[in-house]
Structure formats: C-alpha cells, structure tokens
Design a protein around this ligand. Structure first.
Ligand SMILES: NC(=O)C1=CN([C@@H]2O[C@H](COP(=O)(O)OP(=O)(O)OC[C@H]3O[C@@H](n4cnc5c(N)ncnc54)[C@H](OP(=O)(O)O)[C@@H]3O)[C@@H](O)[C@H]2O)C=CC1
Ligand SMILES: CC[C@](O)(C(C)=O)C(=O)O
Ligand SMILES: [Mg+2]
Ligand SMILES: [Mg+2]
Length: 343
C-alpha cells in the first residue's frame, strides 16, 4: 500500500519561520488562511479590494494586495479560480518572487497545462485537499480534517517536500492522511473525479432520477426526498464503512434491487464514456475548451448555469430545505460572503 502520512510523521518546524501568503479568500483560501493561522503559522492574505478583502479583515487576518503579500512572503499559495491564476501570476506574483520562495497550488491545472511557467530558482509544489474548501474549514474546527495530496514539481531548495508536508499538516490534513502524487496525476484524477463521478456524474444521476419520477406523475417533493435528500444519508454510510456498510443498513429488498437494477442503469456504456472523458482530460482537449470558454467570456457556462439553477429540483428543494432548519446552506452562504466572482 502507498505510504499515507499523518501528523506524527511530520515536523512543521521548517514552516514556522516562514511567512505564508494565501492568494484568494474563496472556498479554499479562507480555509487555508484560517486553519494555518490557528495552527500557529504566520499568514498574510493577498487580494484585490472588495468583498473577500473585507471578509478576511473581519476574520482577523492581515490583508494586503496580491503584489505586496507575494513580495513579503516566503511561501505563496495561489488559491484563485484556476482561470484567473495565469494573469494574476504574471502581473502581481512573478515580479515579486525571490530565489528560494515556494510557489504552491491546490490543483495542478496551470502548471500541468503550461499556463504558468515559474522560474527555476523557486520551489513549486502542490498541496491539494481532497474535499471542498468549506469542509476543509468545517472539519478542522471539529477537530478532524480532509485528506490531501502533495506533489513536487520543482525542488530548488532541497526542502520542498518538508515544507509541503508542514503546510498540509497546518491545514489539518495530517489528521486524515497525506499521500504523495505528481502534478500530472493530481490534475488528471481531480478533473476526472469532479466531471465523471463527484459533480457531473452525480448531478446528472440525481436529475435523471428526479425527472423520471416526476414525468411518471409522482409528487416532486417525494421525488426530491428520494433522489437528492436521501443521497447524503446513503453516501454517509458509504463514507463511514464502504459499500458493505451502506448495504448492511438498507433493506434486503433494496440490496437485491441495487444488485439487479444498478448495473442496468450504470452499464458498460457508461464506463466507455467515462474513458472518453478521461481521454479528453489526458490529451488536454478539456483544458483547451475551458481556456477558450473563459477567453470568450463564458457564454456556454453562463447559459447552462442559468438553466441548471432554474431546474424544478432546485425550486422544490429550496422550499423543503427551508422547512428543515437543521439543513444549513453553509457552503453557499460562505461563498456569497467571501467571493464576488460569477458563481
Ligand atoms: N473549491 C474547492 O473546494 C477546491 C479548489 N481547489 C483548487 O483551489 C484553487 C482555488 O479554488 P476555489 O477556492 O474554488 O476558488 P474561488 O472561486 O472560491 O476563489 C475566489 C477568490 O479568489 C479571489 N479572486 C478572484 N479573482 C481575483 C483576482 N483577479 N485578484 C485577486 N483575487 C481574486 C476572489 O476575490 P474577490 O472577492 O475579490 O472576487 C475570492 O477571494 C483552484 O486551483 C482550485 O482548482 C482544489 C481543491 C478543492
Ligand atoms: C470535486 C470538485 C473539486 O475538485 C473539489 C472540491 O475537490 C473542485 O475543483 O472544487
Ligand atoms: Mg478535487
Ligand atoms: Mg477540482
């Protein structure tokens, strides 16, 4: 088995004397900045003036422009949206890099697809949490953490691995497990996971199930509870003890239906199309499409997002969630507060 590292394997001393600039204060940025600060590290947040700036200041953090924060820091973690990173890097980070600095990423996209080309005299590595930023923060506050990958692209100082591990420990990932990867592996598996399974695959499965029931004449509220709300409860059981644990808790009738109908819905044609998705990621076709979409000011992204937000499942879901005070919309609320991007 691949070696998984935990807090007791990591000495964070190497990071204690350094200043860490967190560039961006969105989903990942707020979590890294606050977790690192509470772990005892010296943090400055790099931003433009606006909502995030105000929020980071209100949260008690030192806030400066991206250029100022980059200039004074030894470790510069870029937590801007992937599509904004190249221009901000060129304008405000690259001119302020010094030999021996660390340039750090939470996702390998811009290095792997050559959108950012760093100088040879800085360390370049990634610390990529395997979970949404709001959960990186929430689990840390609860005394737990989100697993993370680290990977070294360039080791100018000979200390890149030690600093990367100390950083991962500082955000709480040493409580959950830290694994070594490469920029290529992180970039390709992360894009595949979010497209085919975690976000794209799951959203389409949920909508298809909901639409099938509603089109057959069943109540939308029943369809919502069945296909979306209960999904979390089922996935919690998988998270806690794998598929076997989920199957232990459900009825034998459900388990037999799972064995009989699951493979009818998710058949070998789905896996073949997953392989096509992976190929587009590996060849750079997906990355090129996303870069062009941004250069054109996101016409397709905006149209699809508007249509998705107006889907019946969203309307019904909002009404039902409003009646369940224990279901809190923490992630979206936080994102609205800390980010004024087009989300
Ligand atoms: N979201 C996640 O959970 C995960 C993300 N990642 C990676 O982490 C990185 C960050 O992603 P994520 O946290 O989603 O990003 P967000 O979209 O949440 O980042 C928004 C933040 O970036 C700031 N920002 C945007 N553009 C600029 C700019 N031009 N100058 C200064 N600040 C700017 C915003 O400030 P303002 O308020 O001024 O707009 C805001 O603080 C990406 O590489 C992503 O792939 C990795 C794992 C999971
Ligand atoms: C699953 C989506 C993700 O990769 C993540 C939260 O890990 C992202 O890019 O946001
Ligand atoms: Mg991810
Ligand atoms: Mg991702």
């Amino acid at each position: 088995m691949t070696k998984v590292l935990y807090n007791h394997d990591i000495n964070e001393e190497v990071l204690q004397s350094k200043k860490i600039a967190i560039i961006g204060y969105g989903s990942q940025g707020h979590a890294h900045a606050l977790n690192l600060k509470e772990s005892g590290f010296n943090v400055v947040v790099g931003l433009r003036k606006g909502k995030s700036w105000d929020q980071a200041s209100e949260d008690g953090l030192e806030v400066k422009t991206v250029a100022e924060a980059s200039k004074e820091a030894d470790v510069i973690m870029i937590l801007l949206p992937d599509e904004n990173q190249p221009s901000v890097y060129k304008e405000s980070i690259e001119p302020n890099l010094e030999a021996g600095n660390s340039l750090v990423f939470a996702h390998g996209f811009n290095i792997h697809f050559n959108q950012i080309v760093p100088p040879a005299d800085v360390d370049v590595y990634l610390v990529a949490p395997k979970g949404p930023g709001h959960l990186v923060r929430r689990t840390f506050e609860e005394g737990a953490g989100v697993p993370a990958l680290y990977g070294i692209y360039q080791d100018a100082t000979g200390k890149a691995k030690d600093i990367a591990l100390a950083y991962a420990k500082g955000i709480g990932s040493g409580r959950a497990g830290i694994l070594e990867t490469s920029f290529q592996e992180e970039t390709e598996t992360d894009l595949f996971g979010e497209q085919a399974v975690l976000c794209g695959g799951t959203a389409e499965l949920v909508k298809a199930g909901f639409e099938t029931l509603v089109e057959a004449g069943y109540q939308p509220e029943v369809a919502y509870f069945e296909c979306l709300h209960e999904l979390k409860l089922i996935v919690d059981l998988m998270y806690e003890g794998g598929l076997e644990n989920m199957r232990h808790s459900i009825s034998d009738t459900a388990e037999w239906g799972d064995f009989m109908s699951g493979p009818r819905v998710i058949d070998s044609s789905v896996k073949a199309r997953m392989k096509d998705v992976l190929t587009d990621i590996q060849t750079g076709k997906f990355a090129q499409g996303w870069i062009l979409e941004n250069q054109a000011n996101r016409p397709r992204y905006t149209a699809i997002k508007n249509a998705e937000n107006n889907h019946l499942i969203e309307k019904v879901g909002k009404e039902l969630r409003d009646l369940m005070p224990f279901v809190k919309q923490k992630a979206i609320k936080q994102k609205e507060v800390v980010s004024n991007d087009s989300n």
